[in-house]
Design a protein around this ligand. Structure first.
Ligand code: URA
Length: 185
């Protein structure tokens, strides 16, 4: 574990723990406020993210930005990361082995950011963080408190691109996040 971002960043940039390093253009560690109250966790970089080295800058990111804007969440106020830091080829789901190798980096990010709330975007984020017993259909939109952190699973924004009807639930879940964000401590 690193106690500063510079060292973590340097380590992740040079990571060769799994084969995803072979085809990546850029490692995508995270983006946003490193002292955020809320952290969003996605699955892994897509082509645009791999190109730019930043999370959620492609189509799914645009959808997330639109939802943030509509609900009044400032993207600069939150921290955004992914389960795996390098793009899986052809946007396939990351393999178990790749997730396992990469999770320590995310744990390190959580320790440094110290978020009160973590939004889990989609099934890979949900099951990698909270366990395989959870499914997105039954867990979404519900608070799950563990070790002092409030988790809320919701649909991955890319799922909204495929199925427009999921938008209502996604917006509803983000409204719950916004309400919790605005609570005084
Ligand atoms: N999908 C993800 O899960 N993460 C990104 O950064 C972009 C798309």
């Amino acid at each position: 574990m690193y106690d500063n971002w510079l060292e973590l960043d340097e380590c992740v940039k040079n990571c060769k723990k799994c084969d995803l390093c072979k085809e990546r253009k850029n490692v995508v560690l995270g983006d946003g406020n490193i002292n955020a109250k809320v952290m969003f966790i996605g699955e892994g970089p897509g082509a645009d993210e791999d190109e730019q080295g930043l999370p959620f800058v492609g189509k799914a990111g645009q959808l997330m930005n639109d939802a943030f804007k509509a609900i009044g969440i400032d993207r600069k106020e939150v921290y955004i990361a992914n389960i795996v830091k390098c793009r899986p080829p052809k946007n396939r789901n990351p393999y178990e082995k790749e997730i396992k190798e990469c999770l320590d980096y995310l744990r390190n990010q959580v320790i440094l950011v110290k978020p009160e709330i973590i939004v889990l975007l989609g099934s890979v984020a949900l099951t990698s963080i909270l366990g395989k017993e959870y499914t997105i259909t039954s867990a979404r939109g519900k608070w799950i408190e563990k070790k002092g952190i409030k988790y809320i699973p919701t649909f991955h924004p890319a799922a909204l691109l495929r199925d427009d009807s999921k938008k209502i639930s996604f917006y509803k879940d983000l409204k719950m996040v916004k309400k919790e964000m605005d609570k005084e401590n």
